[in-house]
Write a protein that binds this ligand. Structure first.
Ligand code: WT7
Length: 652
């Protein structure tokens, strides 16, 4: 039997102690959810959330697709993540931090409580932050980033974390869109042993159009050469010691926004995905418990950055809401060598390890035998996220890291879903390699055709979620119409608009779901989502560029790489070397978006393949980038001859 067809069953001893022990239990939960959807979710909300005041209704569908969950309920997410654990876990490690340079810190739940309360008091009393105000975080991976998020949650402010790799322009547009009152940053951070600066990026971002920002709070990590603006910039290190370590948690409504997180779409500028309080924290905690099956004395490590949803849900909110110990790592797993991650697993006796397929491929390639040098026997569950994992990477992860003992939970979800949606349960699901398997209990996922009918086994279709779920996106910040159009505008089932993820998937004869990737104009580079439209509009800022089309090209390490076709304004332009132009274009991208969006390939072409109505045929461009033969009918193009010319440019 080929490796990918084989089923990998959970270990019996593990299953016995797991929260969901077998497929019968899984089926029972699913049956319950199908028969009594509100009863099912209401049960879990009562079981898991420490309510200040009970909710009155589980699900309000009256203004679909603007669904409301647990309406009337009052809670506080920082109380759920910290205060309620103090009785039993006050001296338990909440966060274990390891910096790029090997510096270490352990923060207990009691210390976390004090730090978050001081932070909350600082924001509330000194910066006059009120419930509903937006706070932008532009932070490295340091414990203060988690304190800041939880402090916002404590006082009811809405945080919007912007990944530290985004440029000042990208930061500026997010600050403006959210109309943020405060920006929290650090002077700088470290990567591969070298310092890099963050505060100057904030300074540049705030130069124009950010009048909304009143204060900037800077966590100082001893980087020099910081410029301070009187009356605007404040040192966290100086102020925090003055604050009281008690701050009463704000009574938040279930549906008050908890945070915004900007993500790329297939068109236009990034959208501010808005999440709520109760539904989000409920599912963050439940998925943490079900997917990773973390036990009281376990140590759990997710390698994501808090700038992405994975960092929000599975470094901060999920682990802390269940009272777990979460590891926060500033560095990269290949520095100082490709054994860094394995060394940390040995040292901290990590029990659950969660990372992206790209990281696995890089570690496999750069240090195939590194894992052998370390004791990885503490590991119980391995996870992947962000992109499809390929069978060779899966096999290495399973054999060399998990020692053939640990189930691999391949988790499919999105910024918009808030938490896991489709993945194996480590104690129950027989796993097929590189397959997300089944929806979690309570999640109604289906693979459909455009007309809303199910695909047959083995046929590719569109991955949809047919019922609302508690941690779902509530709206796009300031743009409810775009929310409706982006997610509920394409597919209907039984006459009702349903959530369409933008991903394609295949269901096999056993009902297993395999994700095939985006079917829209979004590319996935190393598990990071980038809209082609966004990269294109950045490239268009270069004065010599007339037209541009960006596509994803399969890449053995990154999953996809960015491939741009560019038409110059004046073909005879004595612009100079093509290499020089390529460099300049990437500089423009780095300035507008950040280094993560730089193109791997840029080809200057005489024209783009367009239909008579002017639509760029990206499928043709994707095929050319891959070096594939063109199978599409090109006779309907405005200029069919352009295809051969583009092919010649790419090959030449
Ligand atoms: C997109 C969401 C979910 C947190 C990280 C990314 C792709 C995500 C998987 C997986 C195949 C996956 C999808 C999805 N994706 N997980 N296990 N297998 N593809 O969050 O930036 O919102 O991106 O990532 O294409 O739509 P995101």
């Amino acid at each position: 039997m080929s490796e990918t067809k084989k089923l990998y069953y959970p270990d019996r001893a593990f299953s016995k102690k797991a929260r969901i022990k077998n497929m019968c239990e899984y089926e029972d939960l699913m049956k319950w959810a199908k028969e009594d959807y509100e009863g099912y979710w209401g049960y879990w909300a009562n079981e898991k959330i420490d309510w200040f005041e009970p909710y009155s209704k589980v699900l309000d569908e009256s203004n679909a697709p603007f669904y409301k969950w647990f309406t009337g309920g009052k809670l506080n997410v920082s109380h759920q993540c910290i205060d309620r654990h103090l009785r039993l876990r006050k001296n338990k490690a909440a966060i274990i931090f390891e910096g790029d340079r090997g510096d270490k810190q352990t923060i207990t739940y009691l210390e976390l409580y004090r730090n978050v309360n001081r932070f909350a008091n600082l924001l509330k009393n000194r910066f006059d932050v009120k419930k509903g105000d937006r706070i932008v975080l532009y932070m490295p991976m340091i414990p203060e980033a988690a304190y800041a998020m939880l402090a916002c949650a404590r006082i009811g402010a809405i945080h919007s974390v912007v990944f530290g790799g985004f440029s000042s322009e990208a930061l500026r547009s997010r600050i403006i869109d959210a109309e943020a009152k405060v920006v929290i940053t650090a002077d700088g951070a470290f990567r591969k042993g070298k310092p890099y600066m963050l505060k100057p990026v904030v300074d540049t971002a705030l130069e124009e159009g950010c009048e909304c920002v009143e204060k900037v709070l800077v966590v100082q990590r001893n980087h020099e050469d910081i410029v301070w603006i009187e009356g605007r910039d404040y040192s966290y290190n100086e102020l925090i010691a003055l604050e009281d370590d008690e701050c009463a948690p704000e009574r938040m409504d279930s549906e008050d926004p908890l945070f915004l997180l900007y993500t790329s779409g297939s068109t236009g500028k990034p959208k501010g995905v808005q999440h709520s309080q109760a539904g989000y924290i409920l599912w963050a905690q439940m998925t943490m418990e079900w997917t990773f099956d973390v036990k009281e004395n376990d140590t759990y490590w997710c390698t994501a950055d808090i700038g992405w949803i994975t960092g929000h849900t599975y470094i901060v909110y999920g682990p802390l809401s269940m009272g777990a110990t979460t590891v926060m790592f500033e560095g990269v797993p290949t520095y100082p060598d490709a054994g860094r991650a394995w060394k940390m697993i040995e040292e901290y006796k990590i029990n659950q390890f969660y990372t992206a397929p790209t990281a696995i491929r890089v570690l496999h390639k750069t240090g195939e035998h590194e894992p052998e040098k370390y004791d990885l026997s503490s590991l119980k569950v391995l996870g992947t996220v962000g992109e499809p994992i390929d069978p060779p990477a899966w096999k290495w992860y399973y054999e060399k890291i998990g020692g053939r003992r640990c189930p691999i939970v391949d988790t499919w979800w999105q910024t918009e879903t808030g938490g896991h949606m489709i993945n194996p349960l480590p104690g129950a699901t027989p796993i097929k390699p590189a397959c997300a398997t089944f929806p979690l209990p309570g999640i109604m996922a289906e693979v459909l055709k455009r007309d809303g009918t199910p695909v047959s086994a083995g046929e590719q279709g569109l991955l949809c979620i047919t019922k609302p779920w508690p941690s779902m996106i509530r709206t796009i910040w300031q743009d409810p119409e775009r929310f409706k159009k982006s997610y509920f505008g394409e597919i209907e089932k039984d006459g009702k608009p349903i959530y369409f993820s933008g991903d394609g998937a295949i269901v096999d004869e056993d009902g297993y779901i395999t994700i095939t990737g985006r079917v829209d104009d979004v590319i996935n580079i190393s598990g990071h989502r980038m809209g082609t439209a966004e990269i294109e509009s950045a490239i268009k800022k270069h004065p010599h560029v007339a037209e541009v089309a960006v596509v994803g090209k399969p890449d053995p390490i990154k999953g996809e790489s960015i491939f741009a076709y560019i038409v110059l304004k004046n073909a005879d332009d004595t612009f100079g070397e093509e290499a020089e132009l390529v460099k300049e274009i990437n500089e423009v991208i780095a300035k507008e978006i950040g280094n993560i969006a730089k193109c791997d390939t840029i080809k200057i072409v005489p024209g783009l393949p367009k239909t008579r109505s002017g639509k760029v045929m990206r499928r043709i461009l994707r095929a050319i980038a891959k070096g594939e033969e063109i199978k599409q009918d090109i006779s309907t193009l405005e200029d069919p001859g352009v295809v051969a010319k583009i092919e010649a440019c790419v090959k030449g």
